[in-house]
Each structure stands twice: as C-alpha cells, then as structure tokens.
Design a protein around this ligand. Structure first.
Ligand SMILES: Cc1ncc(COP(=O)(O)O)c(C=O)c1O
Length: 380
C-alpha cells in the first residue's frame, strides 16, 4: 500500500501481537529438553476451556487441520456432501476436498457475510453429512437455527470460528453450541501461537477419538516410558497435534487476549457510530443477541477500488481479506447461483480495527471514510 504524501504513517489491517513477557516461558520451554506435545499443550487446553465454555478442547497445529479432523469425526466419507459458504478463507473448504467429499454451496446473508440457514435448509440432501458455518469477522452465525436443522436431519454442524475467538452467542461462548468448533491461532489472529488451532467437540467420545486421530491414531498418554509404539492402531490418524513451544506462547497470550479483543470491539463501536448514517458507505447489520470478537471491521462500498485507493492515499490499509471460494477451479463442480454472495462480494471491504490503533489512527480512519462518502455523494 502507498504511504500518505503528507508524511502520514501506515495503519495496517493486521498486526502480530507478541508480548515481551513471552520470552521467559519460551526460553524455559525451548531448553527444557521437551518441545513436542507435552505438559504445556495440556495446560493450554485446560486454560482454553473457559473461553469455549467446553472442556473437550484439542490443541492442534492449525485450524485447517481442525476442520479436516472435524469432518472425519463427523463421518464424512468420499461421495458425501458438505454444505458450506464460499465467503471465507479457502482453508475452510479445501479440507472437504481432502476428505473426497463434495462441496455444496449455501448462500449468505449479504448484511453479515454469514451463511443463511434458510439457504442451508434448501441444500440438504440424503448425501449431506455436515454443514460448515464461518463467523465472518467474528460475528456469530445463526447457531440456533443451524443446530435445529442439523438435529432434524441428523447431520453435524462444524463452526469455523477462526475469526471468532472470544465471541458469544446467546450468552454462551462460541465453542459451547455445536458438535464441532474450530479455532485458529494463526499469526494475525487476536489469539496467536504463531501457527496453531483447536478443535472443540461437544461429545466426550468425539473428543477422545479426536485425541487419538490427531496423532496417528495412537494414545500418547499410555505410551510406555521407553517410547515403544507396540500398542495396536485401530484407525489411521494424522500429525495434527500442537507442540509445547506453540502452547507456551499460547498460555502467555491468553493473559492479554481479553484486553485486545476489548480494544477491537471498542474501535468497532466508534466506527458504527461514525458510519451509521453515511450514504455510499454502509455498515453491516448485527443483532444484539450475540457478541462479535470484532477481528475484522467490514464495510459495504459500491466503488470498492476507489475507496481502497482513497484509504491507501491516507496511509490506511483496506482489503477484501477473503475472496469468494466458489470461483476457484478446484470447486468448479459445485458452481451455483448465490445472489447473497454476489451482493456481499461486490462491495465488502475491511478497514483496520485492531488493538494497535491509536486515537489519532481512529480519527484518521473516520475522517477519511467520511470525506470519501461526502465526495462520492457530491459526485452523484
Ligand atoms: C475463516 C478461516 N478459516 C480457516 C483458516 C485457517 O486457519 P489456519 O491458518 O490456522 O489453518 C483461516 C485463516 O486465516 C480463516 O480465516
């Protein structure tokens, strides 16, 4: 992106949060003689449990792996169908192909970016095994509607909560509602372990089976002291576990994450107040029965490229962040008409909202957006 000609500094869309205090536990872990999956992973999982309102937490190497593991636990087999949204990172949908299943696209609500339960209902067939719901920007999907559909049809809900660490739906954390919930601790998320993720399972048996499948189908807990792998393997697994180095970072990060999410959401509130009545720039429509993690702040702007140019000229990053997945060749067999996606995809753009914004930054973002809106209205 360009920097303001008048010498303004760049305001990035994302920034890695890494506190100095991580160095102590990290050094201790690195030189402890044990850096694989061990006591720190267990501690991290215990500390994550309240964040998800659920103790069945499996720390993993990333969220993409978490989605594949969830699909496996949901019983998705080659030839099955999985209903999903194209309005997300490709990491949500590639695991469906990895399982040999077919992606069936559902439409989204163009005012939130989230999957529309009514569209999901129309896409359910005898081959449907699961639905993946992505909480765009951290704003939770209609989980009650999705879960009642799933119950009625005997299918599983997998929440891709990669944007939504710390979000709440109907007074309970995201993590406490569906069969499977996947979190991402990738570099620029509000909660990072450099790379990392978690799978949260509603049922104890899924959690126990997931624990085995994340490491070759073997039980690390019952390994003999001489590390022989003589126990039988009853089903194949993966190498999806988190290591103690990542977990040590995660444990430290958890001390700051609540504060950081609070800053994201306070900034989002400032924007909602400032942009609520503009003409050519529209804010998303959120219900107040749920709380977003505010990882992204998304606007709808007709002339998106002109808007991005204007923002960049003022030293402010702006981006679509994710592009619709249904147009990638790998998904060509799933192509269908999706008017809600067309509408959202034509106009959505994300602006900086994170903990790193200073008061000056927030004012500059607000002034630039308002100036853009006024100039567009004058031209109309
Ligand atoms: C919606 C969504 N799902 C999944 C992922 C993949 O996460 P990870 O990098 O932890 O595999 C991302 C990453 O940004 C994401 O935004």
């Amino acid at each position: 992106m360009r920097i303001n000609d008048e010498g303004g500094k760049e305001i990035p869309l994302f920034k890695v949060f890494m506190p100095e205090s991580v160095i102590g536990p990290l050094r201790e872990t690195l030189f402890s003689g044990y850096i694989g999956e061990g006591p720190r992973v267990e501690e991290f999982e215990r500390r994550l449990a309240p964040w998800f309102g659920n103790g069945n937490v499996l720390a993993l190497n990333n969220a993409t792996a978490g989605i594949q593991l969830a699909l496996r636990l949901a019983g998705v087999k080659p030839g099955d169908e999985v209903i999903s949204t194209p309005m997300t990172c490709v990491a949500t949908n590639q695991p469906i192909l990895a399982m040999g299943a077919k992606v069936v696209w559902a439409d989204i609500d163009p005012w939130t970016g989230n999957i529309d339960p009514e569209s999901v209902a129309k896409k359910i067939s005898p081959k449907t095994k699961a639905v993946i719901a992505v909480h765009w920007g951290g704003y939770p999907c209609d989980l009650d509607e999705l879960n009642s559909l799933a119950k009625r049809h005997g299918i599983k809900i997998i929440e891709d909560a990669s944007h939504a660490f710390g979000a709440e739906y109907h007074l309970k954390p995201v993590g406490a509602h569906s069969d499977f919930v996947v979190a991402s601790f990738q570099a620029v998320k509000e909660m990072t372990t450099v790379d990392g993720g978690a799978l949260i399972c509603k049922s104890g048996p899924d959690h126990e089976r997931g624990r085995l499948l994340r490491w070759y189908g073997m039980d690390r807990k019952n390994r003999p002291a001489d590390l022989r792998c003589e126990e039988d393997i009853k089903e194949y697994g993966y190498k999806f576990h988190m290591n103690d180095v990542a977990a040590a970072i995660g444990i430290e990060q958890l001390k700051y994450v609540s504060d950081n999410i609070g800053k994201h959401c306070a900034n989002a509130e400032r924007y909602n107040e400032a942009f609520g009545d503009l003409g050519t720039v529209r804010i998303l429509r959120y219900k107040n029965d749920r709380i977003s993690s505010c990882w992204l702040y998304t606007l709808l702007v007709k002339d998106r490229s002109g808007f991005i140019e204007d923002m960049n000229a003022s030293g402010i990053a702006a981006s679509k962040v994710h592009t619709r997945n249904d147009r990638y060749s790998i998904f060509k067999d799933s192509l269908v008409g999706l008017p809600g996606v067309d509408e959202f995809e034509a106009e959505h753009v994300c602006i900086p909202v994170g903990w790193w914004l200073t008061e000056d930054d927030i004012r500059r973002v607000i002034d630039t957006v308002i100036r853009y809106d006024h100039s567009m209205r004058q031209m109309a």
